[in-house]
Design a protein. Sequence first.
Length: 367
Amino acid sequence: MGFRWSRRGILQAGAAASLGVFGGKKHALASPAFHTNRSQGTRPLVISSGNGLEACAKAMEMLQAGEDTLDAVIAGVNIVEEDPNDMSVGYGGLPNESGTVQLDSSVMHGPTRNGGAVASIEGIKNPSKVAKVVMERTDHVLIVGQGAQDLAKAHGFQVENLLTNRARERWLEWRENMSDRDDWLPAQRVGDGRGGLDPTADHGAVDEFDPFFRYHGTINCNCVNADGDISGVTTTSGLSWKIPGRVGDSPILGAGLYVDNDVGAAGSTGRGEANLLDCCSFLAVEFMRQGMHPKDACLAVMRRVAAKTVDARLLREDGTPNFSLNFYALNKAGEYGGANFRPSRFVVNDGGESRREDSAYLWERDQ
């Protein structure tokens, strides 16, 4: 049985996080509740969210070949962006409430201390590449919507339909089950007269799909090479069924991604709105600048978010957040870590095969 927090305990922890107090008797969260990943990496190193096994492998291959750190992580996440079976990123990502796939991405290049991002871009399956174009070929940092697509087309990117049949079927099921008082009618299941999709059709895993659950996605991937240079990328199709034009944390430097070549990198996946309110990736890097291990920096920002989550609709009965938010971080020395509110996993590659490791966390899943 895990440790149970009171609302007062969460707020005290947040105050401690705000002051940078994370050790000793003043640390309200220094308890057996924290299960930590004690592994440490060696350079070169690549880490990512849990959907990045192939991404980390590709990035490591390029690092070992002497390629640029940003080129390496972008090439890695391109594999996920182009995978129609990953419905949280790029081609095949779940659409907004109108049925349109809108993508966000950000990149940061430690050696040149530069970054770029795109948001709400449509029709371009590799928004991470366009974010790099923003960084290298414009005087801007963030370009959104039609402007981002126009820039992509000017640089030779092809506009494509990113909505796969599988993602469209899921969007339709969500739309058709929103209300029994509109004109959208669910498909009839064969033989039983109930609303839903035809179970004999090829919908992938759609039979297990909950149309009322809000799906978050995203891949974050960060790396450090043998020279200690650091880069990172975050790319996503965002929250499923979002209001058109909604932008989460992924394309916001300091929130979905932050890199400081003198210190390290941090990135996130999960509920972007919670991250945006505290710019937690920037905060994690600053905690590492103060000497924190990446794992502890990730835990510190999780405590900050927990302490500042007060909206009742975002809380469980025990006062803990009811949503998922993940952080992943590495430092210049090749140490790394990840954290979530509850048990989860992230991907690491330190020169061999990519592997999943347990994140540090604050509560057990039954809390």
